[in-house]
Design a protein around this ligand. Structure first.
Ligand code: ZN
Length: 406
């Protein structure tokens, strides 16, 4: 992109260097944004390239959205934490590299999907590999059901036969057909005409716009379905992470031969319009989990950590030297393996109770837990303090509340 305002100082060598720098920066800001709908950051990539560097590379490429799915999921979560404005997580049903031909027969892979869905939020399930009649096996059927139940798009590296079998299993599920099925543009066009819940990504289709020009066949596809095509780099091997900016730049060359509106749609809008509403909706359920779970325990419950609250309820008026019980109700998220305990201390005296209370878990799930505490006894009058400790994922959070016993 030319930088006219800089050209007057072009004669001077030092100034020219500065000009180049300024122009490069300006160019970056006005380059066409790209949504990259086909990225992976799998375990071997994580070892080779730190997540901070991956995000830098994506920003260099002026990505507006990056749909990332990884084997295992760790890489995706690392990127999401660093750049929640950019990364959209996809759930890849693979725990390691090399499961593309076995995952759809392995209960372990299905269990893995359930486990991740209970912990995290996603926009898609995939990219997975599946061909022909295998799409009708038990595990792929469960995946389609899970996608429908959890508002997830399927991202399928499949032949047309498998795509049609998946679409037939549920009347709502949407599919991004990875690599446009490695099929001919004319056939892809017929598939898009036939199925209104189908989109395609062009990952690893180097022939599209090679030499900066589009062939008549690809142009016909883009003209027929300008709102169903998206781009993807497919970083299926670690070094391809570094190819993201080149890929974006290469795409901009042939996109420039299209009408502006079509170019923008294919460059970023189609992916953005399909994926972002899904992601925003699913991501929001993380916050409502806490709010909903906490709606029943009253607003005066004490905050404990950032994502939980605890309410205390005694079974009688607390009298000096008399045993009583408490019910602790904790609400929040990811409480499945949490542990909660209460103690009473007299801060002014530097001591606590003379007795160790007994804790019994009455109920526990992801959003709430109820614990009965028996054998509490306060042996002297004065200023006391409840100290509630919540342990979860190796972290400890505490809540304190002062109270008076006379
Ligand atoms: Zn693929």
């Amino acid at each position: 992109m030319p930088c006219k305002s800089c050209s007057v100082i072009y004669r001077h060598l030092v100034a020219a260097a500065l000009t180049t720098l300024l122009c490069t920066q300006t160019a970056k800001a006005d380059t066409l944004p790209i949504s990259d709908a086909h990225l992976h950051y799998s375990h071997d990539s994580v070892e080779l390239t730190p997540p901070e560097r991956v995000i830098e590379i994506m920003r260099e490429a002026n990505l507006k959205l990056a749909l990332v799915s990884s084997s295992d999921d760790n890489g995706t979560q690392l990127l999401l934490e660093l750049a929640p404005d950019l990364i959209v997580p996809g759930l890849r049903p693979y725990t390691r590299r090399g499961q593309t031909r076995s995952w759809f027969k392995e209960q372990d892979n299905l269990d893995y999907v359930y486990d991740l869905l209970s912990k995290n939020r996603y926009a898609s399930i995939g990219e997975f590999h599946l061909y022909g009649a295998d799409a009708d096996l038990e595990i792929p059927r469960r995946i389609v059901t899970l996608a429908a139940e959890n508002n997830l798009i399927l991202h399928a590296h499949s032949d047309a036969d498998a795509v049609e079998r998946l679409l037939a299993q549920d009347s709502t599920v949407k599919i991004i057909w990875a690599h446009a099925g490695f099929d001919e543009p004319e056939f892809v066009s017929s598939m898009l005409s036939k199925h209104d819940r189908l989109w395609v990504d062009l990952a690893f289709r180097g022939e599209v716009g090679s030499g900066g020009q589009l062939s008549a066949e690809w142009l016909a596809l883009f003209e027929a379905h300008p709102d169903r095509i998206m781009l993807g780099t497919d970083s299926f091997t670690p070094e391809r992470i570094y190819y993201i900016p080149d890929h974006a730049e290469g795409a901009r060359v042939w996109l420039a031969t299209l009408p502006k509106d079509t170019a923008e749609r294919i460059a970023w809008k189609n992916a953005y319009d399909l994926i972002m509403p899904v992601w925003k909706k699913n991501r929001a359920t993380l916050d409502t989990d806490t709010t909903t779970a906490c709606s029943t325990i009253g607003s005066n419950a004490l905050p404990i950590g950032e994502q939980a609250r605890v309410a205390l309820q005694a079974d009688r008026k607390i009298q000096i030297g008399e045993a009583f019980s408490l019910t602790l109700t904790v609400c929040g998220k990811d409480l499945n393996s949490a542990n909660v305990a209460i103690d009473a201390t007299m801060p002014a005296h530097g001591h606590g109770m003379n007795y160790t209370p007994k804790h019994t878990v009455l109920s526990q799930d992801s959003n709430s837990m109820t614990v009965q505490v028996d054998g509490l006894r306060l042996h002297m009058p004065g200023e006391w303090q409840w100290l509630v400790t919540l342990r979860k994922d190796g972290e400890r959070s505490q809540a304190r509340e002062e109270f008076q016993v006379n």
